[in-house]
Design a protein around this ligand. Sequence first.
Ligand SMILES: CC(C)(COP(=O)(O)OP(=O)(O)OC[C@H]1O[C@@H](n2cnc3c(N)ncnc32)[C@H](O)[C@@H]1OP(=O)(O)O)[C@@H](O)C(=O)NCCC(=O)NCCS
Length: 157
Amino acid sequence: MRIRGAKPNDAIAIRKLVEQYVGDGTLLPRSESFIAMHADHFLVAEEKGRLIGCVHLDEYAPSLSELRSLAVDAAAKGRGVGRALVLATEELAKRRGCATLFAVSNDEAFFNRFGFQARHIPELDRERSEVSRYKGVFAKDLAVGGAVEDTGPKDYP
Ligand SMILES: CC(C)(COP(=O)(O)OP(=O)(O)OC[C@H]1O[C@@H](n2cnc3c(N)ncnc32)[C@H](O)[C@@H]1OP(=O)(O)O)[C@@H](O)C(=O)NCCC(=O)NCCS
């Protein structure tokens, strides 16, 4: 399994991954045109040429980014794909100078595992949708400042 930056032509597969979790309100839908236009802010997990996970790093404000649209194919859950995507998102956020990364989710236990803690983020108040208003906000401060090596795509066992 390999984590790499998305390309515009990954948009259909990413849209389908996200869609698996839209029906129950876990994720908001993402259109193919949005994904293609913002492909350089998406990471994907690829295995044998197939996308099995994705995540979107959304620069919300200077130094503040949101980890969103984290989705692992239902058939690939429980194998460390979600972990690899979260860690790769943190690395990308650090490389882009982001000091704080947050996620809006009902899955507190999952984000706690990676050091995200419930936090009030004032910048979010004005824009939160009705859907996300009822979810938790979990944030993590990133150690920005040290040189972060740009290692490019990574292969994970
Ligand atoms: C949440 C999700 C991304 C996890 O992906 P995954 O590939 O199954 O997770 P991993 O196998 O990498 O698990 C990493 C760790 O988190 C734990 N974990 C996995 N899902 C968890 C959950 N829902 N709650 C708490 N812990 C969880 C695993 O046990 C593992 O712990 P370990 O390292 O101690 O063994 C996946 O279930 C998913 O796509 N869910 C639907 C979308 C979603 O909820 N996105 C998050 C909101 S943006």
